[in-house]
Structures are given as structure tokens and as C-alpha cells.
Write a protein that binds this ligand. Structure first.
Ligand SMILES: Cc1cc2nc3c(=O)[nH]c(=O)nc-3n(C[C@H](O)[C@H](O)[C@H](O)COP(=O)(O)OP(=O)(O)OC[C@H]3O[C@@H](n4cnc5c(N)ncnc54)[C@H](O)[C@@H]3O)c2cc1C
Length: 414
């Protein structure tokens, strides 16, 4: 395993760091003020995106398949430090068109779409001219077992007719979202994993209603507002089927590996930001005649956060390297390990940050609440902890030796 970057990759990280310092961080207050007051995406995002594109900092997270597509595709390992830099700010990943849910949706379209579908739905995403959403989860069924999904997709002549309910469709409530990728049942008589298919449903299709925008633990996702949808006799052309009929789950796998690891990379950026804020605050405030930073508890929190962040970064690098180098079943185990470990780390770091900041830690006046809620949702979204833990457990081999083979002190009659 080799975590070293070549010269080109090092240069791109430096460029991203410079761009963050000069173009992004100075505009963060403007972003906050705009989204908090009128909820529209700030216009300067387009301006920043143009600059980033001009510098080749564009679509860096596209998969290997995308070699001939626009953008500067990096390996997962080389993308890790970039995702970390962008993850420091809630909107950071948008600057380079490397945000969710667009990246996993683009990956899926690149892998599965027909040339016509690519032209109509993928190219505008590659150029950040539109937004999209992936609608699998349903309020009426336990969606961590995706085979429960029951939205019905029926064929009627050369049309598909959809009926059902969807929620937690990230980005679906964004004013610029132009289509959903909907998972539903096309073949109810087939085996459990061969019943579902994916269909592209344009926003504005009659029968498709955005019921509400959801908040998660009071947290509004300003970057990709979360939608709940009702689908009542929604008709789309049969050519909107994405991928092979009955192979919806297989198709959706394309988005899951990179999506999970990219979220984990962003978590590292958030944790670094929160840790820096903890250190600054601890130096700034005094209680009972001493600076807060002088208390052992606070020093321990800071030191442990540093250990936890660095360990998780290494773990992500390992998973990224494995994804880049002939992924096998061990790779998916390590991706699951990262998926469980990183948000837990971020949750622990941010919980201590809330404590250290006192009342302010629970407000939106810092990035702590955002990072804390991100950690919390990531322990549920893209597969809850328990589902991944079950997978990890299944890969743990039962040893061939017995416990009696390994005493420390030889028992009588040994
Ligand atoms: C902020 C946010 C954004 C999201 N974005 C999207 C999106 O863009 N598109 C989309 O389709 N979905 C999205 N989701 C939904 C997410 O993927 C689902 O919430 C998740 O799959 C869990 O499904 P569920 O909520 O129905 O929980 P359930 O399936 O009801 O599961 C509830 C709990 O049961 C337990 N459990 C389940 N299975 C097992 C098991 N095998 N062993 C032990 N315990 C188990 C777990 O503790 C789990 O948390 C998002 C969710 C959040 C919070």
C-alpha cells in the first residue's frame, strides 16, 4: 500500500488549498447570510465554480469510467485531501462540482445511461447547470432493507406509470433540482433482488408533488435541501428507465462505494475545522481565574480529537487505495468500516466541542452544530451503522485453532 501522491496530485492539492484560502473562506459569511435570509443558492457560487473550472479544479471525484468525460478525474486516494479541504465548509464541495448527491448521481448516469439520457441529464450535471436527487427511501417501509421499497412502476404502452411515496430525497427540494432518480418495483413476481428498477422523473411531471422540505434534527441542508414526494400516476416515457429493468439495486451499487467514502473524507475536513475552533475557544475563555485551555479535561479532549482524526484519515486512505487497486470483497468490508468509524469520530469530536463552547456550541453561530448533525445523519444514511456492522461481522473468520490451544500459563496436564 502506497499513500504517496505523484507530483501532479501534490500540485492539485496545493491549488485547492490556495483556492480555499483566497476564494472560499473569505466568502463564507456571504453564503451564510444569503442562505439564512432567502434560502436561494447564492449567485457567487456560479462565479466561484467558473474560476475553479478555469483552474482545472472540476469534477475531480468522477469515477474511472469517466475517462473521456469532461473533468479532471482523480483516483480516490488523490481525491481524499481535496474532499477534506472542501469538507471544511458546508458548501465547499459545490465549488468544484464535487458535492453530493450530484457526484454519485453522475457516477450512476455515466455507468448506466443511454447516449440520449447522458445528453439530457448527465451533461448539465457535469457542467453544474442543474441539480438532481436520488429517491429510494420511503416513509412507509424500513428502507435500510432496500428490498422493502414498494413504489410501483408499471408499463403502459410506451410509458411508465409511477405511484408511491418517497422521502429523504437529498437535493429534491432544491429550487434548481430538475429530476429525481426514483427506485421502484417493476417486477413484483421476480426474486427479492430482481424486482426493482430506476427511472428518471423530471420535476414538474404531472402527479409528482413535493410535499415538504424535511429537516433532520432541526438541521436544514441548505446545500441540498431534503424533499418528501408523492407520486400519483406519474407518467414518463419508457425511455426514462435507467439501466436494466429489474437490476435497480445492482445499478445503485455504482453510487454507494464512492458516496460513502467521499462523505467520510468530508467528515475529516469538518472535524479539523471543529478542532481548530475548540483550540481557539479554549485559549480565548477564562473560568475561575484560569484559561480554559489549562484544564486537563480540555487538553485531553483536544489531544484525543487529534488522535481520532488522524487515525480515521489513515483508515480512509486505506479504503481509497483499495478502491483504486482492484477492489474485492475485502475492499467493501473496509469501506463499511470507514462508514461506521468516521461519523462516530466526528460525533465524538463535535459533542466535546459543544461542551467546550458552552451554550454557544448548540447554536448555529459556529459550524459545530452543522458538523454534529452531519455525523448523526451519516450514521443512518447510506446504510445505518448496524447494517454495516453486520456485514463486517460476517467477514470475521472463525479461527481454526481452539481456545485451549492458546493458554498463557500451562494448565495442569498440559
Ligand atoms: C439527512 C439524510 C439524508 C438522506 N438522503 C437520502 C437520499 O438522498 N436518498 C434516499 O433514498 N435516502 C436518503 N436518506 C435515507 C436513508 O438512506 C435511510 O434513512 C436509511 O437507509 C435507513 O432507512 P429508514 O430510515 O427507513 O430506517 P429503518 O430501515 O426503519 O431502520 C431503522 C433502524 O433499524 C435498525 N436496523 C436496520 N437494519 C438492521 C440490521 N440489519 N441489524 C440491526 N439493526 C438494524 C438500525 O438501527 C436502523 O437505524 C437520508 C437520510 C437522512 C437522515
Amino acid at each position: 500500500m502506497n499513500f504517496n501522491f505523484d507530483k501532479d496530485n501534490e500540485e492539485i492539492v496545493l491549488r485547492a488549498e490556495e483556492f480555499f484560502a483566497t476564494e472560499m473562506l473569505p466568502r463564507h459569511r456571504e453564503w451564510v447570510e444569503t442562505v439564512c435570509h432567502d434560502r436561494k443558492p447564492p449567485l457567487f457560487i456560479k462565479d466561484i465554480q467558473e474560476k475553479a473550472k478555469g483552474l482545472g479544479l472540476w469534477n475531480l471525484a468522477l469515477p474511472e469510467l469517466a475517462k473521456d468525460e469532461p473533468g479532471t478525474r482523480l483516483s480516490n486516494l488523490a481525491f481524499a485531501p481535496i474532499a477534506e479541504i472542501l469538507g471544511r465548509l458546508p458548501w465547499g464541495s459545490m465549488a468544484f462540482n464535487c458535492h453530493a448527491p450530484e457526484v454519485p448521481n453522475m457516477a450512476m448516469l455515466q455507468a448506466l445511461a443511454t447516449p440520449d439520457q447522458k445528453e439530457k441529464w448527465l451533461n448539465p450535471l457535469l457542467n453544474a447547470e442543474t441539480r438532481s436527487s436520488f429517491a429510494m427511501t420511503e416513509p412507509d417501509v424500513a428502507s435500510s432493507d432496500a428490498t422493502n421499497i414498494r413504489t410501483r412502476i408499471e408499463v403502459d404502452g410506451d410509458e411508465l406509470v409511477l405511484n408511491g411515496r418517497k422521502w429523504f430525497a437529498t437535493g429534491g427540494a432544491h429550487p434548481e433540482c430538475s429530476f429525481l432518480i426514483v427506485m421502484g418495483v417493476t417486477d413484483p413476481e421476480a426474486g427479492r433482488t430482481a424486482q426493482h428498477s430506476m427511472v428518471i422523473v423530471p420535476i414538474g411531471t404531472p402527479g409528482l408533488t413535493l410535499v415538504r422540505e424535511l429537516r433532520f434534527m432541526g438541521w436544514a441542508d441548505f446545500v441540498a435541501p431534503i424533499g418528501e414526494f408523492r407520486l400519483e400516476n406519474v407518467r414518463v416515457p419508457a425511455t426514462n428507465l435507467l439501466g436494466v429493468r429489474g437490476q435497480g439495486f445492482k445499478g445503485a451499487q455504482v453510487r454507494l462505494g464512492p458516496a460513502r467514502i467521499h462523505h467520510a473524507m468530508r467528515c475529516i475536513g469538518m472535524a479539523e475545522m471543529v478542532l481548530a475552533q475548540m483550540v481557539a475557544r479554549a485559549h480565548e475563555r477564562k473560568t475561575f481565574g484560569r484559561s480554559i485551555v489549562e484544564y486537563d479535561t480540555v487538553q485531553k479532549w483536544i489531544a484525543e480529537a487529534r488522535i481520532d482524526i488522524d487515525l480515521n484519515r489513515l483508515f480512509i486512505q486505506k479504503a481509497a487505495w483499495m478502491l483504486d487497486n482492484s477492489p474485492d470483497k475485502n475492499t467493501w468490508r473496509v469501506v463499511s468500516q470507514v462508514k461506521v468509524s468516521t461519523p462516530r469520530m466526528l460525533q465524538k469530536v463535535t459533542d466535546r466541542a459543544v461542551q467546550l463552547f458552552g451554550a454557544m456550541g448548540g447554536t448555529d453561530d459556529t459550524l459545530i452544530h452543522h458538523a454534529h448533525t452531519y455525523a448523526r445523519w451519516f450514521r443512518i444514511g447510506d446504510g445505518p451503522d448496524e447494517v454495516h456492522l453486520r456485514q463486517i461481522f460476517k467477514t470475521e473468520p472463525v479461527p481454526e485453532w481452539t481456545i485451549a490451544d492458546c493458554p498463557y500459563i500451562a494448565p495442569p496436564g498440559f
